[in-house]
Design a protein around this ligand. Structure first.
Ligand code: GLN
Length: 484
């Protein structure tokens, strides 16, 4: 087996046994990135030097018997998470030269755990998109077929793990940006409950929705990564002060008697028959393992696209007001007029999708329209939340497809509305703030991966992990490898 083929926890046991050093592992991944990534574009910034110095530190810790469960294991980080003195662009020309003066809490946790950052990954500008086509720098490709999108907005992080350029990675999920690219790239991706992981240093898109989470090739790795990044942070008042369980313990349980809710609203017109078949087959597998399948009703699902595409742009229009050319990144300099500088900075610095969201958001929040749009959307959001609360009175997890189709070809969803509609299955959980995972469960007729979405109740990541772990063992997830 080659180094890049191992899962994160397997790499760590090799490290612990002294069979390999973190420097050797890190060099192997960096070499693989340098060779393969020019065709995938999953990285925006490969941090060779910082990676090797972190790897040396990790080796010392392992030698001094001061290592945690993933010390010395490399990872890739979405370029939406700020890293001190390391360029953090958020996929935008607006921040093309931004070297943050501080670290995000998640990055500090990873450093403390002794993990090794290989670089910052490609993404849709300001995390707005479902295909990575909105990156201001280059388009990330799907390693299973480079004519297809990797999904978005964390496409770079998902593609990096799928192409085995990193054993694990991190992304952010506002409306599906971890689960959907994980599904399209055939890897596991998990969005924790809103408030489980600190957002301090996560460049804000829509603050009531944004959440950081991991990508990996095994559930055990996901559990270990959640152990590292979870927890209250005094720098983020929305992070919640409740005990963090040891997530790896969830993997010791079976799923006999577990109740799985299946909402018929997620199997509607527009869903690809291959996707439906793969999901239904996995439900049968779960039943075979002793789970009980229960039909449930999530009647407000159909409003989630409309609600999300008012709330997220509204919050974005406010969050993105800070990019005025004064404090961060790009500034239009060829003018002596302040107002002109603001205008041209924003005109040139933002791409068209970001501008579209700022326009929609500003409109939805403006006097006279606030009640009709933002307020109404917020009220319906409460109904969507209640849908889930009611459902979780009777079931332990909910299973649905992640997306209506597998990864589509570049240019397929040029019409923004078509792109927005493809988020239909991930948005409800984001609006409710509940945790969700994408677990690879099959392939479509083009040989592209299909993901099963497993949703849990608030702060019940453990049950999702238990169920996913049982399925992972039975359906043998990584039975096919991407061609690139
Ligand atoms: N595709 C959604 C959007 O464009 C979700 C993005 C995300 O989760 N960051 O808003």
């Amino acid at each position: 087996m080659e180094i890049h083929e191992y899962k994160a926890h397997e790499l760590h046991s090799l490290l612990k046994k002294g069979e390999i050093s973190s420097v050797e592992i890190t060099k192997a991944f960096l070499k693989r990135i340098d060779t393969i990534d020019p065709t995938i574009n999953s990285f925006l910034n490969i941090t060779h030097e910082a990676a090797l110095s972190q790897a040396k530190e990790a080796d010392n810790r392992i030698k001094n018997k001061n290592a945690g469960p993933l010390t010395g294991v490399p990872y890739a980080l979405k370029d939406v998470v700020v890293t001190k003195d390391i360029t953090t662009t958020c996929g935008s020309k607006m921040l093309y030269n931004f070297k943050p003066p501080y670290n995000a809490t998640v990055y500090n946790h990873l450093k403390k755990a002794g993990m090794v950052m290989l670089g910052k990954t490609n993404m849709d500008e300001f995390a707005m998109g479902s295909s990575n086509e909105n990156s201001a720098f280059c388009t990330c490709k799907n390693p299973w077929d480079i004519e297809r999108i990797p999904g978005g907005s964390s496409g770079g992080s998902a593609a990096a793990v799928a192409a085995e350029l990193a054993p694990v990675s991190f992304g952010s999920d506002t409306g599906g940006s971890i689960r959907q690219p994980a599904s399209h790239c055939g890897v596991i991706g998990m969005k924790p409950t809103y408030g489980r992981v600190s957002r301090y240093g996560l460049i804000a898109f829509a603050s009531s929705l944004d959440q950081i989470g991991p990508f990996a090739k095994s559930i055990k790795d996901i559990a270990e990564l959640l152990n590292i990044i979870s927890g209250h942070d005094q720098c983020d008042s929305t992070s919640v002060q409740i005990e963090i369980p040891d997530y790896t313990k969830a993997l010791n349980k079976g799923i006999k008697g577990i109740k799985i809710g299946v909402p018929h609203q997620y199997f509607t017109e527009g869903i690809d028959p291959d996707v439906e078949k793969a999901i239904k087959k996995t439900l049968i597998t779960a039943e075979g393992l002793g789970a009980e399948i229960i039909d449930i009703d999530l009647p407000y699902t159909e409003y989630s696209v409309a609600v999300y595409y008012i709330i997220a742009p509204a919050e974005a229009s406010s969050n993105l007001a800070r990019y005025d050319g004064v404090k961060y990144g790009y500034r239009f300099k060829e003018t002596s007029q302040l107002l002109d500088m603001y205008k041209k900075t924003r005109l040139n610095g933002f791409g068209s999708e970001v501008k579209r969201r700022i326009l929609i958001g500003t409109f939805a929040l403006s006097a006279g329209y606030y009640d009709a749009y933002f307020k109404k959307a917020s009220q319906i959001r409460t109904l969507i939340i209640n849908d889930f609360k009611n459902a979780f009175k009777n079931v332990d997890v909910i299973m649905t497809p992640v997306a209506p189709t597998a990864a589509f070809k570049f240019g397929f969803a040029k019409d923004p509305l078509k792109m927005y509609l493809s988020d239909i299955f991930t948005l409800p959980a984001s609006l409710a703030g509940i945790p969700g995972m994408s677990l690879p469960c099959g392939f479509d007729s083009n040989n592209m991966p299909i993901g099963l979405q497993i949703l849990g109740s608030y702060f019940n990541e453990e049950t999702i992990l238990t169920v996913a772990n049982a399925l992972e063992k039975t359906i043998k997830l990584n039975y096919k490898k991407p061609s690139k």
